[in-house]
Design a binder for this molecule. Structure first.
Ligand SMILES: *Cc1c(COP(=O)(O)O)cnc(C)c1O
Length: 386
């Protein structure tokens, strides 16, 4: 067996990406230290302006993390305890945790077999069925940075007068049907967790919206439910603020985001060309653009491939290995009807996320692709799992 001399190829490498911007990041931190204001100050305001402008969103409200952003987006768009909120089952458990935190009931919907994102057809069927009768909102997740089929999803949501809130935690800069991911719904939630395409040195998140009232409500929710200072008006409020150091760092990182997304696309293109015969993600073009938060192939017997790659110093992940309705916290969301989430379940059993972050060299991706192909050609997918 040949091993590649040198470093482990990480699945995500926030430290390496940051190292390339170390001087600017240090200067941003020094500016905050000298300024003496540390939470919800001028850096946060500037970041909200700049990120909103970058997305073409009139309002942006920064919060403590992406889970809170999604919960607050649901509350601020009028979702009330007991309302149904539709989401896919093959997502970060954070998507469902946020729905539950808003007091709503998750209603899980199956996905498209090619994109692994919410299927407009399955959504339409679900909304017309008894299981979908209590739905008040729909949360499409632009999973792995792949844009959902938003025109069709939006039409299904509008036909029933529901609320649309996009989970954009993996999709900063993706384009769906000619519009930025995050520009379709009444509101959208972003995360700036250190491995996301736009990342802080800790936790962070934001809600973007075209609706001034929604933005004002989120501003209240992130700070004890205040509408005016020291007077709590909204009982759902708590503390979920972004701090000035994270905002200053995010402003630096935002300037490089388009270039880093282009780099992710170029690395994905290398995988597409190299991985002939392997089931790759769809290659969006034209009015759709992916930002390859992950490059997710589908493999039967995938645990054996992940183990083989680990031996070759390559860290592959299996996001997400367990569909949410099979997780103890969310058993109550499991649909009674067997097979209702069959495509989600199959996706969770087959996905392998190959390294695709912007700190990778072309040669890293070529090495990973060579290892995957070698394993496939040796008959790896057909072998019994160890
Ligand atoms: C990361 C993520 C979240 C949650 O964001 P946090 O900042 O970790 O709270 C929500 N949804 C998806 C799809 C994510 O990938």
């Amino acid at each position: 067996m040949t091993t590649r001399p040198g470093q482990v190829i990480a699945n995500a490498d926030p430290g390496a990406i940051l190292a390339a911007r170390a001087d600017e990041v240090r200067a941003a931190i020094a500016r905050v230290v000298a300024g003496g204001c540390f939470v919800l100050g001028p850096e946060v305001e500037a970041f909200e302006r700049e990120f909103g402008a970058w997305l073409g969103a009139p309002f942006c409200v920064a919060v403590g993390n992406g889970t809170d952003a999604l919960e607050f987006a649901l509350r601020a768009t009028g979702i009330r305890p007991g309302d149904g909120v539709v989401a896919p089952a093959n997502t970060a458990s954070a998507t469902i945790a946020a729905i539950v935190a808003s007091g709503a009931q998750p209603i899980l919907c199956d996905v498209d077999p090619a994109t692994m994102c919410l299927s407009p057809e399955r959504l339409t069927d679900l909304l017309a069925s008894p299981r979908g009768a209590s739905a008040r909102a729909v949360v499409p997740v632009h999973l792995y940075g792949h844009p959902c089929a938003m025109a069709a999803i939006d039409a299904a949501v509008r036909a029933r007068g529901l609320v649309l809130v996009e989970d954009c935690a993996q999709a900063h800069g993706a384009v769906a049907g000619g519009r930025p991911a995050g520009a379709w719904g009444q509101a959208a939630a972003f995360s700036f967790y250190p491995t996301k395409n736009l990342a802080a040195l800790g936790d962070g998140g934001a809600v973007v919206t075209r609706d001034r009232d929604v933005a004002e409500r989120v501003r209240g929710l992130r700070q004890y439910g205040w509408r005016e200072r020291h007077v709590s008006a909204d009982p759902g409020g708590r503390n979920s603020r972004l701090d000035e150091i994270q905002a200053a760092i995010l402003r630096v990182r935002l300037r490089y985001l388009d270039a880093e997304n282009r780099r992710r696309r170029a690395l994905a293109e290398r995988y597409f060309r190299a991985l002939e015969g392997v089931r790759c993600p769809p290659r969006p073009e034209g009015a759709d653009q992916a930002v390859f938060h992950q490059f997710t192939i589908r493999i039967s017997n995938r645990d054996a491939l992940v183990a083989r790659l680990a031996e070759q110093q390559v860290v592959a992940q299996t996001l997400y290995p367990v569909p949410v309705h099979r997780q103890p916290a969310f058993h109550a969301c499991a649909p009674a009807e067997a097979g209702a989430l069959a495509t989600c379940e199959q996706a969770c059993a087959e996905v392998v996320n190959l390294p695709v972050h912007p700190a990778l060299a072309d040669g890293d991706v070529d090495w990973v692709a060579t290892q995957v192909l070698a394993w496939v050609r040796e008959g790896g997918p057909g072998r019994e799992p160890r």
